[in-house]
Design a protein around this ligand. Structure first.
Ligand SMILES: Cc1cc2nc3c(=O)[nH]c(=O)nc-3n(C[C@H](O)[C@H](O)[C@H](O)COP(=O)(O)OP(=O)(O)OC[C@H]3O[C@@H](n4cnc5c(N)ncnc54)[C@H](O)[C@@H]3O)c2cc1C
Length: 467
């Protein structure tokens, strides 16, 4: 990813350029636009989708109006404590403080100013969050979130250029970015100048060489992510002398319907379901660490597990997009007894019966749970039972460029690159160095919160340069 010397002239110059049109890039553009700057988003694909469109569209935020309306007592300090506990204090406390403080204003601003209507999703609880603080658009899908962000940018009058693959950055010896080169699908190139650049091209989950380099344990592991997550931002940043951190961290997930490779919802587990392996045995505390559970699943025979729940839970969540998709694909199996379900899933019936009996006893408090899971607000599973075969995957990387409280990129010595900003998967996340540090819905939280901060700061920087 070369950094080139600035050309004598650019075909056009825009105050704020945004590379990447996912949730981060679109939010950054809305924010820069609201701050009064002309902005252009450059997106490699024909339509802006990105990892954001694959997501469930939920972001965490603490102390929002939506939480207050729902009677949920939360604030940025509690959010901060939850992240520090989840990461065992191994993450960047300043970044966590900034994001914990700025996530709520981001959700409220997108809702009130840009008609991207967030609501609290009360079905997500626990998993590191001590309060119900996951917010989603009504449809609860990343595709709808992206659709709403694109519409918001159109309404606001921000510019978006698709089929515009940013291939190179132009910068001087001080690290000031003067512009970028884009390549169009017909092979032609164009050089566009800028006053400031926001990197929103996500992480490196789809770049096997970078995964091998930074997360050797996951080299060759299944990935379920957007193919353009090639690590462009990190590589450009390194070329400009930027600091990177937590490069070994990632979000895993262990509930990908197999062999359909469709995301399946974790609510079944949160409300009392369990996971077993091909031997019909449980292998972990399923709710201790939803990201790390992905790694547990990948370590089971054949990297296969089965989510086991029941008809009551099925009915509770059958309206969800993921469930409807799984039903259409005939991925969910049912059985009137453990034996019947075991046959339908292809696991040993005797072992599944023992597992479900032990589970019943643990939920009644008659036997300790072998993995110390606490079953607060969980139902007892009753026949008919339901189950689905799943696998684990690496979803997105959490390491990235080190940024300050305005999402401006830092060098190793702590100084700032003059006009470079980053957010979302391009920036270091909240997770610290491991997969277990990932707290649910922080991916989009980092995308939209840092996007908003980056867009606003980039706009102000260019306005200061003009005045
Ligand atoms: C299956 C799945 C489910 C998830 N669910 C959730 C969830 O519910 N909640 C949550 O918080 N997180 C979730 N995540 C994580 C979340 O999706 C990401 O953290 C977030 O979408 C990152 O946003 P982004 O804007 O940084 O990246 P992206 O959405 O990937 O956007 C980056 C954009 O940049 C473009 N691009 C890349 N390189 C270039 C280039 N050189 N030139 C031009 N354009 C380029 C890409 O095409 C893409 O459109 C999930 C992830 C996966 C894989």
């Amino acid at each position: 990813m070369p950094i080139l010397a600035p050309p004598p002239r650019f075909s056009a110059t825009v105050p704020v350029l945004v590379a990447g049109g996912g949730a981060c890039g679109l939010t950054a553009a809305l924010s820069a636009h609201d701050a009064g700057a002309e902005v252009l988003v450059l997106e490699r694909d024909p339509t802006p989708q990105g990892t954001s469109s694959m997501s469930q569209g939920t972001m965490c935020a603490a102390g929002t109006r939506m939480q207050r309306d729902a009677g949920i007592d939360d604030n940025p300090d509690i959010f901060f404590s939850d992240v520090m506990e989840k990461t065992k204090g191994q993450t960047d406390a300043d970044l966590v403080r900034t994001v914990a403080r700025e996530a709520a204003p981001t959700v409220e601003w997108l809702t009130a100013t840009h008609n991207v209507p967030f609501k609290v999703d009360p079905s997500w609880r626990g998993l590191g969050h001590s309060r119900q603080r996951l917010h989603s658009v009504p449809e609860k899908t990343g595709q709808d979130l992206m659709g709403r962000l694109v519409q918001a940018l159109e309404r606001a009058g921000g510019d978006l250029l698709t089929n515009a693959h940013v291939t190179d950055l132009f910068a001087d010896i001080n690290g000031r970015v003067h512009g970028v080169r884009i390549r169009r699908p017909d092979g032609s190139t164009e050089d566009i100048g800028c006053g400031a650049l926001v990197l929103a091209t996500c992480g490196y989950a789809s770049n096997p060489e970078l995964v091998k380099k930074y997360i050797p344990d996951m080299a060759g592991a299944r990935t379920f992510t957007w193919e353009n997550s090639q690590g462009d931002a990190v590589q450009w940043g390194l070329g400009l002398g930027a600091a990177v951190a937590d490069m070994s961290a990632f979000q895993g997930y262990g509930a990908l319907a197999y062999p359909q490779l469709q995301l399946f919802n974790y609510n079944y587990i949160i409300d009392g379901g369990v996971m077993v392996n091909t031997l019909g045995q449980r292998f972990s505390n399923e709710v201790a660490d939803v990201s790390g559970q992905g790694v547990h699943v990948m370590r089971q025979p054949g990297s296969i597990a089965f989510m086991i729940y029941d008809q009551v839970l099925h009915d509770r969540y059958k309206h969800l997009h993921e469930t409807r998709q799984a039903m259409e694909l005939n991925a969910v199996k049912f059985g009137n007894s453990p034996d019947e379900l075991a046959k339908a899933l292809g696991v040993p019936g005797a072992a599944l019966s023992v597992t479900l009996n032990d589970l019943r006893a643990a939920k009644h408090g008659q036997k300790p749970d072998p993995f110390e899971r606490v079953y607060k607000d969980c139902i007892q599973l009753e026949p008919p039972y339901a189950g689905i075969k799943v696998t684990g995957a690496l979803y997105h990387t959490q390491g990235g460029l080190v940024v300050n409280h305005s999402a401006q990129v830092k060098r190793n010595d702590g100084s700032l690159l003059p006009n470079l900003f980053a957010g979302g998967g391009a920036a270091r996340g909240l997770s610290g160095p491991t997969a277990s540090g990932y707290i649910p819905a922080s991916g989009l939280c980092m995308a939209m919160t840092l996007g908003r901060l980056a867009g606003r700061a980039a706009a102000r920087l260019t306005q200061n340069l003009e005045s």
